[in-house]
Design a protein around this ligand. Structure first.
Ligand code: MG
Length: 339
């Protein structure tokens, strides 16, 4: 396989604000693997919370280039294992490489990755569209830019969280889910859950800071809504840690190191009888198309990253009113339109 590393700055449609930061451009790294003239693509966005920089990802991939380029793409999971040691501290780079390996693997075999895994696509969860924090007027306007969606995810962690949800509720009967990104206390979460459950909110994502396990145990016992771990569930071992503290986990491919560990995490979460969500960062269609391969295994999905962009860099899986539309292209179905 030949390795190429591309860097893009993805411009966002709107400044995107969550409880701890705002961004208007999302830097991203695209890994390309080529074999026999066929190209597979994977992605990892940069992320300050997880300390993932373009420089560190590129350096990590350059370290394995000599060995990687002697190999053929026969088994992406085995490839992941082979470089697990070298990439132990670089899950974002590991994710981009793993996605690219699966995309290439499927393309070389002429079938979508989910089909090669034996998954059926008859019953797929619908993805939410995410509304970042802003003034209430702008949040309503953002929602109205994507009217008729079945599910919206509302970012919270402000001084007026319930007011935001009440106001958005006046404009739609869609399902809401909320994500406080570590911005609440246990008491706030329990109190908010009672109000939010009356407003057709289906769950609360990561209400407390990631290290507040004892407080989280009380929240899980007293919350009127299910609570889903995001910042508390990063790598494989965290799934077991979250059992008894959360009702479910939000797995993100960049956090855990790609599709290979994500599949194991989904299986582990099921063993603990937890609900499973896969979420995205603000990836382009490259990363979103990889997430889509896992859809048949999930209860919930947040794969709207590419919809938040002013300009995408790839074609592949599309989202129509929350529904995933798989392309005719095999693998993850990705083609790069900008290079
Ligand atoms: Mg989240």
């Amino acid at each position: 396989m030949k390795l190429r590393i591309h860097a893009f700055d993805l411009p966002l449609r709107h400044v995107f604000t969550i409880s701890r930061e705002s961004i208007s451009v999302q830097p991203t790294v695209i890994v390309e693997l080529e074999q026999d003239g066929v190209r597979g693509y994977g992605e990892a966005t940069t992320n300050s919370y997880y300390n993932a920089t373009r420089e560190a990802m590129t350096a990590a991939l350059e370290r394995l280039r000599p060995e990687l380029e002697t190999l053929t793409c026969d088994d992406p999971a085995a490839l992941w294992e082979r470089f697990a040691g070298v990439l132990r501290d670089q899950p974002f780079a590991q994710c981009a490489l793993d996605q690219a390996a699966y995309d290439l693997w499927g393309k070389l075999r002429g079938a979508p990755v989910h089909k090669l895994w034996g998954l059926e696509t008859d019953h797929l969860p619908l993805t939410n569209y995410t509304i970042g924090i802003d003034t209430i007027e702008v949040m309503v306007a953002k929602m109205n830019e994507f009217p008729g969606w079945p599910v919206y995810k509302i970012k919270l962690g402000t001084a007026r969280d319930l007011e935001i949800v009440r106001e958005l509720r006046r404009h739609t009967s869609a399902v809401f889910r909320v994500d406080a990104n570590c911005g609440w206390t246990a008491d706030q979460t329990i109190a908010n859950s009672r109000v939010l459950s009356e407003l057709n909110v289906e769950f609360i994502e990561q209400p407390l800071p990631a290290d507040q396990w004892e407080a989280m145990k009380r929240v899980r016992a007293e919350s009127a809504l299910p609570v889903i771990a995001d910042e508390s569930c990063v790598v494989e071992a965290d799934v077991a840690r979250c059992a008894g503290f959360f009702h479910g986990v939000n797995i993100k491919l960049v956090k855990c190191g790609g599709l290979t560990p994500a599949r194991r995490m989904i299986a582990a979460a099921r063993r603990f009888d937890m609900r499973v969500m896969v979420g995205c960062m603000t990836e382009s269609t490259v990363g979103i198309s990889a997430i889509a391969q896992l859809l048949p295994l999930l209860d919930y999905v947040d794969m709207d990253g590419a919809l938040l962009l002013a300009r995408d860099i790839a074609t592949g899986v599309r989202i129509e009113q929350g529904r995933c539309v798989y392309p005719a292209t095999p693998g993850n179905g990705v083609s790069l339109v900008e290079s």
